[in-house]
Ligand binder design. Structure first.
Ligand code: HEM
Length: 409
């Protein structure tokens, strides 16, 4: 146990360290992670690794805040404290009710199944173009050429971002979310520039949508009011950054890591090509398997007890969704990738009041891209080493070289 350091990002650079969490679930399900040389703010935090405890904590936002708790000046849902009124209390996912529920209610209709059904045909047409151009290349980077494109195009469409700007935004989100040149809690000139550029872009977009609204989410947020008041300029800028990041990064990682699981089990691809009714089950298993958001943090608002461990007001408490998704008390044989797994109550999208707002969109994107690939691609093989993202927050890949062979029919 002394060797565990969940803040040393090098330990996440080759994929999620499942063995560490097997041990934590078994021996110390509510574990106090002492500060190490890598830990931000120089203080420890609680690590919750079992499914049932994570569900309980995520469902109790009065005791476990996404915003702040105790005497600490900052808070939020990352291990490192973020400043209040910059991210905390301003970003939707780092707000508590009642404000959180009000902002969430504003956005829900744009991401609801009924609305998204209207864009499914458009997503299918986009997926066909993406897959065709990757198949024409034959040898390509599955992450950049396939997994990243549909989520990015979809979120650009949803927010009302001109498609020609999407790669610039993708570049900024990559720099802000990856940790290739820094440690937790550190910002480099490059990351600061990327964050500032995303926010400035969002502010300009809001100005444009305020003056000339269209049928998109940014126009809706530009004109929305809560109790007669518009969203603050900071709330709007942060909402834009959140949706660009949440909408593109996580889904592409689930697609890429899901594809990797299929490549490693070559019998599944032809079976899915023959019987597409298995695709929904495959998507759910890919979501569980990839668990692309590894953890989210809460802060205890009062002294409490979890499995006999005393948690104090102000303590940081981290919920490891990826670990819950490998908990053998819920998932039989959890390290078996099984597209027929039923039920599959994975926590890839979180649980409780902050349950992912984009889950229907993410599922639709995954279904559409894999459906299109299955129609047009006979085999997918790896042609080089997979490069993983160096992050304990987002499990995913940077590059994944593959060869695609077009179907004969
Ligand atoms: C496979 C893809 C995705 C995964 C694994 C994922 C995962 C998650 C998780 C675990 C949370 C909960 C955070 C917490 O409890 O602190 C969350 C929240 C959220 N997600 Fe996703 N997400 C995905 C796709 C998307 C997409 C496509 C969008 C938007 C277009 C999106 C927007 C959001 C938003 C706005 C929240 C905050 C909700 C709130 O605080 O009420 N996500 N996501």
């Amino acid at each position: 146990m002394e060797d565990i350091d969940l803040t040393d990002l090098d330990r996440f650079a080759h994929g999620f360290p499942h063995a560490v969490f097997d041990e934590l679930r078994e021996r110390a399900p509510v574990w106090w992670h002492p500060p190490t040389a890598h830990t931000p703010d120089g203080e420890g935090f609680w690590v919750i690794s079992r499914y049932a405890d994570i569900v309980a904590v995520a469902g109790d936002s009065a005791t476990y805040s996404s915003e702040r708790g105790g005497q600490r000046p900052g808070g939020g849902t990352l291990i490192e404290d973020l400043p209040v009124d910059w991210a905390v209390g301003v970003l939707l996912n780092m707000m508590d009710d009642p404000r959180h529920a009000e902002v969430r209610r504003l956005l829900m209709p744009s991401l609801a199944p009924r609305t998204l059904r209207l864009i499914e045909d458009d997503l299918r047409a986009r997926a066909a173009t993406i897959v065709d151009s990757a198949v024409d290349k034959g040898d390509c980077d599955f992450l950049l050429d396939l997994a990243a494109e549909l989520p990015l195009q979809a979120v650009a469409q949803l927010l009302g971002v001109p498609q020609e700007d999407r790669h610039r935004l993708f570049g900024w989100a990559n720099v802000a979310l990856d940790y290739d040149d820094r440690d937790l809690g550190e910002a480099t000139a490059r990351t600061q520039r990327a964050v500032a550029e995303t926010r400035a872009y969002g502010a300009r977009l809001f100005e444009a949508k305020t003056a000339d609204p269209a049928e998109d989410l940014m126009s809706l947020a530009a004109h929305a009011t809560i109790a007669g008041q518009p969203l603050s300029a900071m709330e709007k800028a942060m909402l834009f950054s959140l949706l660009i990041a949440a909408g593109s990064e996580t889904t592409r990682n689930s697609i890429a890591v899901g594809m990797l699981a299929l490549i490693e089990r070559p019998e599944i691809w032809p079976a899915l090509r023959r019987d597409r009714s298995q695709l929904d089950g495959a998507v759910e298993e890919m979501l569980r398997w990839a668990s692309s958001t590894s953890y989210n943090r809460r802060t205890a608002t009062r002294d409490t007890v979890l499995r006999d461990r005393r948690i104090r007001a102000g303590d940081k408490v981290t919920l490891w969704w990826t670990s819950a998704n490998r908990d053998a008390s819920v998932f039989a044989d959890p390290f078996r990738f099984d597209i027929t797994r039923r039920p599959n109550p994975h926590l890839a999208f979180g649980r409780g009041g902050h349950f992912c707002l984009g889950s229907t969109l993410a599922r639709m994107e995954m279904r559409v891209i894999f459906d299109t690939l299955l129609d047009r691609v006979d085999t997918v093989e790896l042609t080089g080493p997979v490069e993983y993202t160096r992050s304990n927050k987002h499990t995913g890949v940077r590059h994944m070289p593959v060869r695609l062979t077009r179907t004969a029919d």
